[in-house]
Design a protein around this ligand. Structure first.
Ligand code: ADP
Length: 689
């Protein structure tokens, strides 16, 4: 509320039109000059204070925003000063001296102040002292002019006017001038609604105590007629104000105390009375100036200190925040980052790097220890001299070097490595990217290409050969029939591959028309077909089927799924007549869904491939010699399971063989939400046979 009010007032002040500001300054100058002319010792014309010098200076400083404003400020000040001095009974010559002296003095003070400080503000002790120097030089020149005026006028001793003018003008200009500049800065800060410094670090109780103690001490020192020379006992309150209040408030306090001092001195009280009028004037003003300067210098240096500390905290916080952000980004990166010192000591390693390069047994500060064999992609061991880290520590940059890491647990990681030296021989940074998946993908893709080439191109070549033979009208009937049979076989294989590709690409998008299915029916149909197709020469397979639980699924998809799994169990099963295939269902206790499992006692799947067999075109090494295939069957199964909101998993069974398990809905409300499905829709689906 209070802050909002202050901000509104500050906003209005800064929005005032120049005309109003000039008028305000003119009134202030008139009041200050009038005050100066009236606060004198009863027996002399000597003014104790001359606040008009500061108002004049501040007006000129404000006018600097444009030539016009500056000219108006100077001209109007001449008129105001002339008016007040003449109206208060000063002779024409002396009034002219005062007006000229003040104008020249203001011009010089403004010019010097702007030359000495970087910007017209009092933010540091140095700024305050520079203003003091500018005031001293400018007021000396002003005093010389009044000396000239007094000499012409002859009313006062020219020498007796120099020092009092210098003191009262320099004190006013420095004290009230610095306060005015600080207040103006505070107004513009508030108007811009920026963070303001407030009164101080003091609470209301301390502020009130300071005011009370100041009143009491000043009353005791300057308010009595005892004339005891104990002015110094007022000094602690200025130290208190300087150390605890913000500079503006400390200056205001100093000025208020100066007001008391002047008031009591003029009233014939306080320790300076004993000195006689002339000396009392200097003594009172000097005391006031020193006390004021003490507060101002202390407060300004405390402000500076607070600003520096706040800046330091801010810089610290910013540095911490950006370091945190950097660490976060680096730790979340998918690339591994490792930084080592020139002596190969580990400086930093992100989680990704630790994951790929090892379990992170090397701690920061310890020499980097390798826990893996490193080789080229062709399997050649990589010599130490070609190691990216070694090269980088010797100043050589490595870009995208492909290496294979073989970990002690048998895991093989394919990495692409960049390594570069740190500037100033401070070590090296190694960035690693795991390209295992890309490599596997590339391998699978080339396998697929060869499958396609083999299963599509070879049959076509065979077609051509057999067709050529069939063209021969003399071909014996039996050979003709054998050719036709081979042609049919080759075409069946091609159809199978093309169908698999289509099924796979459609299994993701196809609309599901689900219904309650009896698993036993589906399985027996597939087994019948399989056993009749296999023919008499193939060793028998023992099927065990126990499938009491129904599934809620798309019939075509479900048949495709079981067909693929049973087909694989036969393809990768035993060939010596002891093959067993088990098909069972159970209920998943956690979800209520039906689990269908198809197991065999065949070659099983290498552990490293248990996840990958579901990837497109992935074929395990151990099955390559046993059966041909496209590497798409299990990928199709996974898509079908997922499109029914389920999953497929495989494990090797003890004693040999693999067991696949699929989770499927048991009832309609277990279908995934958002999946397009309908009850009895028999929309187009690629035929499975
Ligand atoms: P394909 O059989 O055409 O190669 P799949 O996607 O059906 O493609 O299977 C992928 C790979 O998974 C097979 O090449 C094989 O190595 C392995 N696999 C699948 N089923 C079995 C199984 N029952 N026993 C052992 N390995 C299997």
């Amino acid at each position: 509320m209070y802050m909002g009010c202050m901000q509104a007032v500050a906003g209005r002040l800064t929005a005032l039109s120049p005309m109003w500001v000039h008028l305000g300054f003119a009134l202030l100058l008139a009041a200050a000059a009038f005050l100066g002319r009236t606060i004198t010792f009863e027996t002399s014309e000597l003014a104790l204070v001359w606040p008009a010098a500061a108002i004049h200076f501040l007006w000129a400083l404000w006018g600097l925003r444009s030539r016009r404003n500056f000219a108006v400020a100077l001209a109007a000040a001449v008129a105001v000063l002339a008016g007040v001095t003449l109206a208060t009974g000063l002779s024409g010559t002396l009034a002219a001296g005062v007006v000229l002296g003040s104008t020249v003095q203001t011009l010089i003070a403004t010019f010097l102040f702007l030359r000495l400080v970087r910007r017209p503000a009092i933010g540091t002790v140095g700024d305050y002292l520079r203003l003091g120097v500018a005031a001293l030089i400018a007021c000396s020149i002003g005093a010389l002019i009044i000396v000239g005026g007094s000499a012409v006028d002859g009313s006062a001793s020219p020498f007796a006017t120099f020092v009092p003018w210098l003191i009262r003008h320099a004190v006013s200009l420095t004290a009230i001038g610095s306060l005015g500049i600080v207040v103006a800065a505070a107004i513009s800060v508030r108007a811009a609604a920026r963070e303001s410094s407030g009164t101080s670090g003091t609470g209301p109780i301390e502020t009130a105590s300071l005011a009370l103690v100041s009143l009491v001490l000043y009353g005791m020192t300057f308010g009595t007629t005892s004339g005891l020379p104990i002015a110094y006992i007022a000094i602690p309150v200025h130290m208190w104000a300087g150390l605890r209040l913000r500079s503006g408030w400390a200056m205001l306090h100093g000025l208020a105390c100066g007001g008391f001092l002047i008031f009591f001195t003029v009233a014939g009280r306080g320790p300076f009375q004993e000195l006689g009028e002339g000396v009392a004037t200097y003594a009172a003003q000097s005391f006031m100036f020193i006390a004021f300067s003490l507060s101002a210098v202390l407060a300004l240096s405390m402000d500076e200190r607070r600003r520096l500390i706040a800046g330091l905290y801010r810089a610290n916080e910013e540095a911490e925040a950006s370091a945190e952000l950097r660490d976060l980004v680096i730790s979340r990166m998918n690339d591994g980052v490792l930084v080592a010192g020139p002596d190969r000591r580990l400086i930093f390693q992100n989680e990704t790097s630790a994951r790929w390069l090892g379990s992170g047994a090397t701690q920061p500060g310890e020499p980097w220890r390798r826990e893996y064999e490193i080789s080229t992609p062709d399997g050649e061991p990589l010599p130490e001299s070609a190691n990216p880290l070694t090269l980088a520590l010797r100043g050589i940059v490595t870009e995208r070097m492909d290496v294979d890491l073989l970990h002690s647990e048998g895991e093989r990681v394919h990495l692409s490595v960049d390594a570069m030296p740190l500037p100033g021989e401070r070590g090296a940074v190694v960035v690693t990217r795991n390209v295992t998946e890309e490599r596997v993908y590339q391998r699978d893709l080339s396998r697929f290409a060869s499958v396609v080439a083999h299963d599509l191109m070879t049959p076509l070549t065979v077609f051509d050969g057999w067709l050529e033979m069939l063209e021969d009208p003399d071909l014996p009937v039996l050979e003709r029939q054998a050719s036709v049979a081979r042609l049919q076989q080759a075409s069946a294989r091609m159809r199978n591959l093309i169908r698999n590709l289509l099924v796979y690409s459609l299994a993701k998008e196809e609309r599901i028309s689900a219904s309650q299915l009896d698993v036993a029916d589906a399985v027996s149909g597939i087994i019948d077909l399989r056993t009749t197709l296999r023919g008499a020469k193939v060793p028998a397979v023992h099927f065990q089927v126990h499938t009491p639980h129904p599934v809620y699924a798309d019939e075509r998809m479900f048949l495709q799924l079981v067909e693929n799994l049973v087909g694989n169990a036969l393809k990768y099963g035993r060939t010596d007549g002891t093959a067993e295939v088990t098909i069972e269902t159970s209920v998943d206790e956690a979800t209520g869904r039906t689990l269908v499992s198809v197991g065999d006692n065949g070659i099983g799947i290498p552990d490293a491939d248990l996840e990958r067999v579901f990837d497109e075109f992935h074929r395990s090494e151990n099955g390559l010699g046993q059966a041909s295939g496209t590497g798409l069957g299990l990928a199709i199964c996974r898509r079908i399971a997922e499109s029914h909101g389920g999953w497929i998993a495989v494990r090797n069974v003890p004693g040999g063989g693999a067991e696949f398990t699929i989770s499927l809905p048991a009832e309609p409300d277990q279908m995934p939400t958002g999946r397009r499905h309908s009850e009895a829709d028999t929309s187009s689906m690629v035929p499975t046979r």
